[in-house]
Design a protein. Structure first.
Lengths: 107, 165
């Protein structure tokens, strides 16, 4: 099971799949774009994370006819979406708290 | 580079390779094509990142496989309920037998004849049992070697048969 809080690469992979199903190459490019080039995942790292997420039933392979195994797409499962939402809420709460604390210090 | 990368993939566990190697190769090819026109430093960074990611991933996957196997070994083996019942009954029987034995021993405390000295024939018996054990162990080892050799030669012949087709 992916531990909370999620690592940044795993969070970015899940966010990448939140909008639409994607295959490996598309996930890598999207993660790079979302992080402004700061997070560059290697292929080995990406597929290690995908394997764990598949095993934990956070994502699933999309059944696509006429698709080679080299371009296999993945999508979030309801469980994965729920866990992602949980993590986003946690981060929102943390950001709100951080803003309050910083504002208090400045005042 | 793709050939080298494919060779590197062989260090992953076979189950992982069966699941992901085609995809990993395809993604690596696409990424390599993206940076084909880039400078030397960009390409070197890319290859370093991919190789290290693959090596660390392989270590992680082997550890995962090992921990899954260990976990399965500890959970899959369970005694059936009948075994627990039988073991409890046997334990009860052994405890009752010990109690009975003690009671008989107490009732005949001074009637037991002294034990020993050990008769020379009993020493021969002990040595004989040990000799027989060693003999049968050696016999079993020889039989295993013969069967192993037969199996190896049989497999060899089968592979030759397949290649002739």
């Amino acid at each position: 099971m992916e531990p909370f809080p999620l690592t940044e690469p795993v969070l970015l992979i899940l966010l990448s799949l939140a909008a639409q199903p994607r295959h490996g190459y598309s996930i890598l490019k999207d993660v790079e774009q979302m992080s402004d080039g700061r997070v560059l995942l290697s292929t080995g790292t990406l597929y290690g994370a995908l394997r764990r997420l598949l095993e934990d039933d956070w994502i699933e392979r999309l059944d696509q006819k006429n698709t080679s195994r080299g371009r296999q797409a993945y999508r979030l499962t309801p469980r994965g979406r729920k866990n992602l939402q949980f993590e986003v809420d946690r981060l929102k709460h943390l950001t709100r708290l951080a803003n309050l604390r910083v504002a208090l210090k400045e005042a | 580079m793709l050939t080298f990368y494919r060779h590197l993939l062989r260090i992953y566990p076979s189950a992982y390779r069966a699941n992901f190697s085609e995809e990993i190769n395809a993604v690596f090819s696409s990424l390599e094509a993206d940076i084909a026109a880039s400078g030397l430093m960009v390409r070197l960074r890319f290859y370093a990142r991919e190789s290290s990611g693959l090596l660390l991933g392989a270590v992680s996957e082997h550890w995962h496989q090992f921990s899954v196997r260990r976990f399965k070994m500890s959970t899959e083996f369970r005694f059936p309920k009948t075994t627990w019942v039988l073991m409890t009954l046997i334990l009860g029987g052994v405890v009752v037998a010990i109690e009975k034995g003690e009671a008989i021993s107490n009732s005949l405390a001074f009637a037991n004849p002294p034990v020993g000295p050990i008769h020379p024939g009993q020493h021969v018996l002990l040595a004989g049992i040990l000799t027989l054990s060693v003999f049968f162990y050696a016999l079993g080892a020889v039989a295993w070697i013969v069967l192993f050799a037969l199996r190896r030669s049989g497999v060899h012949r089968l592979s030759e048969t397949a290649s002739q087709k």
